[in-house]
Every structure is written in structure tokens, then in C-alpha cells.
Design a protein around this ligand. Structure first.
Ligand SMILES: *Cc1c(COP(=O)(O)O)cnc(C)c1O
Length: 382
């Protein structure tokens, strides 16, 4: 299913059936270039899972980006999009032997690891490969923290790099991920300090590469996110502190920050009803058609109702399926026009990341979220 490339005359008067994601490639290009400026000299590996649309991958490959991938499916998408195998990095520490074999035979030679058994797997299946160890770092301040799922402690990271080196791998790097939608630039500084401690401990075998991970935030309904410059400044300051002793080559793995602002998810009101003294608005999109990040109301999107400019009031916002969890917001202060009625359009802004890639294949018979891409010539969209 290859979505059309036809330009949308005005992004807020879509003539296509809802729900759908409207993705402006010009905004992706702008975001990529802005990140290059904010993080000069850093190799940018786009985290494919944020939005794996072929047009996004092709655009970023043409811009010179590298890619952070997590599965054979993402590997194939990157190669199809024109990425060179040398620009691919397997960032997922959880992988099967068959994954590593497929990556190796496609020419991928960079892997992230965080556990002894995975180091041993890589030593067996990918001798000589460049290994980066992922440190467990604090992810307070992140909207979607990893909460202990990934990463080795500092002692264990040093031991893993040693194990990799003595096992015939190239123990090249150390890295971290400070948690997605990380709103505190100091999180990168603290993580860099932790990585530098491991490097110091390893002395002459200190890793020569530092992976700053992803987590760069975008603006949602809870107010403006720290801009990229603030993150870049915190990173540069922390690196400068350690530079006399350690000057690693730098990599980052942005996902959300490159694609979120390029996407508008357009939905339609299906039903409005009073329940328990509250006004419930049911849309034709919900948790299972791409709005997975509304789980626990972690991400509260900015909403726009182009056809209803009048007064607003509080609502509970729900999805269309028969699942009780398919309620987007019942605690967040979400307000929608009082005259909102079935057929009216509700737009989710900043929805280009972690939406289409999360949509289920057909829960309740509803299809995955379609994406329509366009490339606004200048200034990018509305
Ligand atoms: C998801 C992921 C990223 C991207 O994170 P964002 O918060 O979207 O920037 C980067 N690296 C790894 C290993 C990931 O799993």
C-alpha cells in the first residue's frame, strides 16, 4: 500500500477519509538540518521505529543520515530506502542469532549490547563487529521512561567492554538513552558524566565512541519543550568538562524530534454523549489506530478543531473501539468546542512520531492508520 504523493492544498481541509496521518516531508528535512546545527559533528542515526515511512527514510538517507534499527524488517526498509550498510547501526540489545546473521550478511557491523549473553552471541555470530555498550542512566524527566528495561551499570559496562574485546569484537563505544521525550537537558549531562567515568576506568581501552541516544523532546499540550539548542548546549558543556581526558567520536539516535512536528493526525467525531456528568467525545481514531502514546496520558497532543471556532469546554476524549482502555484522555485538561458534533474534524498536532508505526493491524476491524506524505515547498505547512 504505497500512499499517494499528491500535494494537499490546505492541510486543515483534508478531503480524504479520516483517520489519517498527514506528513510534511519538508518539516522532516528542516528538523534534520536543525539537529545537524544543534549537534555539530555528531553522526545522526535516525531511530526508524519513530516513523518508518519509506519516504521519510529515503529523504533522510539522501540528507546523509545514518539509521538506528531494531529488527530485520527495519533493516530491509533502510536498505530499500537507499541507506548504505555502513550507515546502519543495530541499536536493540534484545536480538536473536538469526537477527545478527541477517544483519551481518547485509553488511551491518555495528551493534549495541547490554548483557553478557548478548555479547557472547555477537562474538559468535559477528566476530570483529563494532560493539557499543548501553549504560543504564537516570530517565527521570522523560515522558516515556525505560524504567530499568535496558542498560548495564557502570561496573558491568566496563566488564562488558572487556568481555567484548577479549571475545574478538571491537569494543568501540559506550552510550545511553535518557528516556523518550526527555524534558531536562541536564539528563544528557549526567549520562555523559557516567560514560566518562567508565571510560576513565578503562584507561588505554577507553571506548572511542559515545552514543548520546535519543530522547530529544518536542512540544505537546504541556507547554514548549526545551529546544534542541538547550540540549546541544548541555551536551557540549558536559563533553568539554571531560575533553582533556576523553574525546570520543559522537553519535546520536534521534527519533521523535525528527518527525513529530511533521505530522498532523486528522480524525473525525463519531459520537458526543453525556456520561456521569461529563461530556464524552468519541473519535474515529484511538489507542489502536496509532495513538498508543496516550497510554497513561503520557503524551497529551495539542488539538485543533478547524471547523468549530467557538467556545470550548472540558471533555473525556475516547477512541472508537469496544475496548475499555481505548480512552485517550480522562484526566488531562482537554477542552473541545461545545458545538462539536459527529462529522466534525479534530486534528492532533505534532503526531508524526510513534503513531502510524504503533497502529494495530485491525483491532475491531479498523485498518492501520494510513499516511499521506507531501512536501511543502517552503516554510513547511500551516
Ligand atoms: C526509540 C529509540 C531511540 C529514539 O528515541 P526518541 O526518544 O524517539 O528520540 C533511540 N535509540 C534507541 C536505542 C531507541 O530504542
Amino acid at each position: 500500500m504505497e500512499p499517494g504523493l499528491r500535494a494537499v492544498a490546505h492541510p486543515s481541509t483534508g478531503d480524504r477519509a479520516t483517520p489519517h496521518l498527514d506528513l510534511d516531508l519538508a518539516r522532516v528535512r528542516d528538523a534534520y538540518r536543525a539537529m545537524r546545527t544543534a549537534l555539530p559533528g555528531v553522526e545522526l542515526c535516525y531511530a526508524v521505529k519513530a516513523n518508518p515511512h519509506p519516504a521519510v527514510l529515503a529523504l533522510l538517507a539522501a540528507e546523509g543520515a545514518s539509521f538506528d534499527l531494531a529488527s530485520v524488517g527495519e533493516l530491509d526498509l533502510c536498505l530499500l530506502a537507499g541507506a548504505a550498510p555502513g550507515a546502519l547501526s543495530w541499536g536493540n540489545p534484545v536480538k536473536k542469532a538469526a537477527d545478527v546473521r541477517a544483519a551481518r550478511s547485509a553488511g551491518v557491523s555495528r551493534f549495541t549490547t547490554d548483557a553478557p549473553a548478548d555479547v557472547d552471541l555477537l562474538a559468535r555470530e559477528a566476530p570483529g563487529a563494532r560493539i557499543g555498550v548501553r549504560l543504564a542512566v537516570g530517565d527521570d524527566g522523560a515522558a516515556t521512561p525505560f524504567a530499568g528495561k535496558f542498560g548495564a551499570g557502570e561496573d558491568e559496562a566496563a566488564a562488558l567492554l572487556h568481555r567484548a574485546r577479549t571475545g574478538g569484537l571491537t569494543a568501540a563505544g559506550i552510550g545511553f538513552h535518557v528516556g523518550s521525550q526527555q524534558r531536562d537537558p541536564a539528563a544528557w549531562a549526567r549520562a555523559i558524566d557516567a560514560a566518562a567515568r567508565v571510560a576513565t576506568r578503562l584507561g588505554e581501552h577507553a571506548p572511542t565512541e559515545l552514543n548520546l541516544g535519543g530522547g530529544f523532546p518536542t512540544t505537546h499540550a504541556d507547554g514548549p519543550a526545551p529546544d534542541l539548542e538547550a540540549c546541544g548546549a548541555a551536551i557540549r558543556t558536559a563533553l568539554a568538562r571531560h575533553a582533556p581526558r576523553w574525546r570520543p567520536r559522537l553519535v546520536a539516535e534521534p527519533g521523535r524530534a525528527l518527525v513529530a512536528d511533521a505530522g498532523v493526525l486528522r480524525a473525525e467525531v463519531v459520537l458526543v454523549a453525556e456520561r456521569g456528568g461529563r461530556r464524552w467525545v468519541y473519535l474515529d481514531v484511538g489507542r489502536y489506530q496509532g495513538l498508543a502514546e496516550t497510554e497513561a496520558e503520557m503524551i497529551v497532543y495539542r488539538l485543533r478543531t478547524p471547523g468549530n471556532p467557538g467556545a470550548t469546554g472540558p471533555v473525556v476524549l475516547a477512541g472508537p473501539t469496544c475496548d475499555g482502555d481505548d480512552v485517550l484522555y480522562r484526566h488531562a485538561d482537554v477542552r473541545l468546542p461545545l458545538d462539536l458534533a459527529p462529522g466534525d474534524v479534530v486534528e492532533f498536532l505534532g503526531a508524526g512520531a510513534y503513531t502510524s508505526s504503533y497502529a494495530s493491524v485491525g483491532f475491531n476491524g479498523l485498518p492501520p492508520l494510513p499516511t499521506y506524505v507531501h512536501d511543502t515547498p517552503e516554510e513547511g505547512g500551516s
